[in-house]
Each structure stands twice: as C-alpha cells, then as structure tokens.
Ligand binder design. Sequence first.
Ligand code: SF4
Length: 547
Amino acid sequence: MQPKGSGEIPEETVRVARAAFPKGSLAIRVRDELGVLFTDEQFAGLFAVRGKPAWSPGRLALVLVLQFVEGLTDRQAAEAVRARIDWKYALALEVADPGFDFSVLSEFRDRLVSADGGQPVLDGILTAAREKGLLSRGGRARTDSAHVLSAARDLNWLELVGESLRAALDAVACSEPEWLSAHALPDWFTHYSTRIEDSRFPKSQAKRAEVGRRIGSDGMRLLEMLWTEAPLTLRALPEVELLRKLWIQQFHLVEGEVERRDPKDRPPGAQRLVTPYDPEARGSVKRDTFWDGFKVHLTETCEPGTVHLVTDVTTTAATVPDDRMAAVVHAGLARRDLLPDEHWVDTGYANAQTLAAAQRDHQVALHGPLKSVTVPHARGEAAYGQDAFTIDWDNQHVTCPNGVTSTQWHQRRSEDGLPAIRVRFSPADCRTCPQLRACVNSPKAQRREINLKPREEYEALQQARKLQQTDEWKDRYKIRAGVEGTISQAVQACGLRRSRYRGLAKTSLQHQLTGAAINLIRINAWLTGQPHARTRTSPLAALRPAA
Ligand code: SF4
C-alpha cells in the first residue's frame, strides 16, 4: 500500500459535481459535513510493506459503506466509482479517474475480515459525528436482536448429509484423485457426482429412510478408509473434517449397521452443523421463527431531538442467548467511550446477573422486561413465597413468616454454573409447623429450602421487579420499540436478513457496514431536515377507545 490519503477534492470534480447536483446528494453532503471519514494510514496494517500498490484503502472503506447505503453489488459499486460524479466528489477523485476492477472490493473485504476491520469503519463515522456534535456521551440507548439467514440455502436432512458427503468426495478428488479412483465404490459416481437435490429422492418415508441409511453407510466407509489407508493430508481437508463431525452428530452403529441417530440423541443446537457450506451457521428458534444462520444485535442512541445513530453491532451464532449479550455490548461500548446512562432492551437481555453487572461494571441502568418466574414460591407472591421471608445477608440467615430462623446457608453453583446460595430450615422446626404443606413445594418435603442469588443480583432483581410494576416505567419503556424500526430499515435498505457471505467473520463485517450505512443515511436525513419515521398505526388501531 502506498498511502495517498483522500486529500483535497480536485477543482474540476467540485465544479462538475456542483453543477450536476445543485441541491447536493448523500455522498456530497457526507463529504461536506463530515470531512474525510477514513484515511489510508488507518488500514496500513492490512497490507504488506512490499508488493503491488493497492487502491487507496481509505477510499475503499467509504466505497463499501456507500455500497450498503444504496444496496449495490460489487460490480455496481465499482461502476458507481467510475461513473458517478457525486461518488467521485466524496472520494476526492479526478473526474477522469477510471476507478478499479470490482474484484478489488472482495479482496479488501477479506483483508478487513482478517483484522476485524469492520469496527473501525463504523467507528470512523461515529467519530466524525461526534466531532460534528451529532453524538454525545451518556443519554439513552436501545438494543434488539434480529435473526439472519445463512448465505447457504436451507437443506433438509437428506440434502444435508448427501451434500456433505458429496463435498468431501469432491475435495478428496481434487487433492488425491488417484487414491480416490482406486478406492471409490462404483455407485458413488452415480449418487454423488452431481448436486444432491430433494426432487431426486423418493417420496415415501420408508424409501427416504433407506436412502438415508445408504448415505450414512457410504460416509462411514469413506471415513474408515481415510483414517486407515489414505494419505494423512486428506484428513486435514475442511470438507473431510466437517464430514467426520457431521457423521458423529447424525449417525451411530447399531449391531454393526449404520443408523440415523434419534433427534434426542443429537448434540445441542450450539454444536449442531446445519449445512456443509457454512460450518459456523447454526439452527435456532425464536417464538415461531425457525432459521439457520446467525443473530445480530443492534444498539442505537435514542434521545428525542437528536439523530439516532447505531453505536454497536454485534453478530453471534444463532444459538447464543440474548442474556449473554448485554455484557458484551456494554464492554464494546465502554471500549469506544459510547456507554449510555440508560440502556433499554427487549425481553431476554435483562436478568439478575446482567442488571447487577451493568450497574457494577459500567454504571449503566439496564431496563428490560424480566422473564416470568413459573414457581409460585420463588415468584414470591404465594403466602409462603420468597417475599414473605426476611433475609439477613450480613449474618447469613433467613427468618420465615412464623419467626423461625434458617439453620444452613451454603454458597454453591446453580445447574448453569452460576453462583447461588441454598438456605435450609431445620426439619425439627418445619416438621411440627402447621404451615408446612403450604410452605413447601413437594408433598414429601420435611423442611423448607430457599435458593437465593448473590446479594447484589438479588437486590437488583427485586428493585427492577418493583420498578417494572409502575405506570411510569411502562410508559418510559415504550422508547425501546423504536429499535425495531432500525432493524426494519437495515433489512429493507441493506439486506440484513440474509448474509451476503459465508461464515461468522464475514457476516459480522456485513453487519458493521450495515450499521455504518444506516448512520450515513440518518445523518443525511438529519442534515436535510427529514423527521424521524413514526411507528405506523393502522386505521382500526387509531379508532381504539381510550382505556
Ligand atoms: S415450614 Fe418451616 S419455614 Fe415454613 S413457615 Fe413453617 S417453620 Fe417456617
């Protein structure tokens, strides 16, 4: 790379752009108002010291964001650099600049992926917005997640195992063709030479099961040969490794025969492979939506009267639960000095741990509906629920409504491995208590037991539960709903719902660029005086009588 910087805009480019766009355009306005967003030096670490000179990476970063603003393909984006005067203005290029071949964008994305370069692109815009006074510290932020479909097409079970075997055979054929010619069974050429399509399988369940067993046996035989009589290099092929993992997950031997595993006997969703073409995609479900792919968490500022900017974009496997992400989002925001004072989130993000950790580690007030507790005694509202007991944290005992004091206080780990406290009353006290049956859950229990979270988490949870009962909190919580409009904008304008690329790292880069593009769109709307979109109300809903 030979740093050039984005430099001054050539005079001729300014003259032509002003004449062609007398009212400006997004690209022109962004350059005029935010200045140079990315410099070549920012990306110097992605390039070797020696080698062919690269096209300016600072300009390429801006091209990637503008590409997402307009939802263009690589070819269309390269064409826009060559042909559009407003893009040349934003990139500070001469009118006659021929641009670059579209394949340069793909190569640059690969470099960004290898160095987690999507974050600096998003941050470059946030830094410029802060310098312009469009982004301030603290205030309120909101977060929600969206499901993202893998770039690979959905496969049913027969296609999954058949395509995985076909991909492994193709990889072996490329690497050691002579070995495979000598060892392949004759009917492998019939069954696995072309793509596995569901339409080629029989319709009846019995015959489909037979095909599944045949694929399972063929895969098992190939794996046995690869591990006993093949060159060692073949075992290291990614397609072979995927086949090995998938066969462990999907098949087992029953009396020497290869059989499909029962669904209950398969590994948890976080480990389960769903396609041979994207080994990092996972299957998940949220309410009535099932999907294979990833999940993205978008965080944006939401103070009224300001431009709402996306401050954090985090992509995970589809199976990572939302309650693990509050801490991750806060750490990312803290690293970049973007923490809000209040963080409003959807159901699933807030629990005792995340409420306490947000306050303790970042002084952020996390607000999100808590999951309902299904056990009446733990919920606290039953006659002998937890709320009826008095906890003395300092002396480590609990007093029941009958005035009896607990005798055991044990620090332990819950089934999820989290710190917990088990409090027990003495059987001698409880057995003779007339309230025993109302106090305990199990008909055979001879004494009361209470499971508590650590004090900090317990108190954070109690405080949040009380707060969430109030009308004021319910009214303030309405601000969270606006982030759904952001997700909708990202889906419709930037194609967020389906990954353009394969693998978590590239999908994550896509989402960072999407966040950066939304910010440019919003800054442009702010500068041109376009009001925030309002939540639509249907004609029927508008007629709803006041409560
Ligand atoms: S059963 Fe035990 S803990 Fe419950 S009220 Fe009676 S004495 Fe108290």
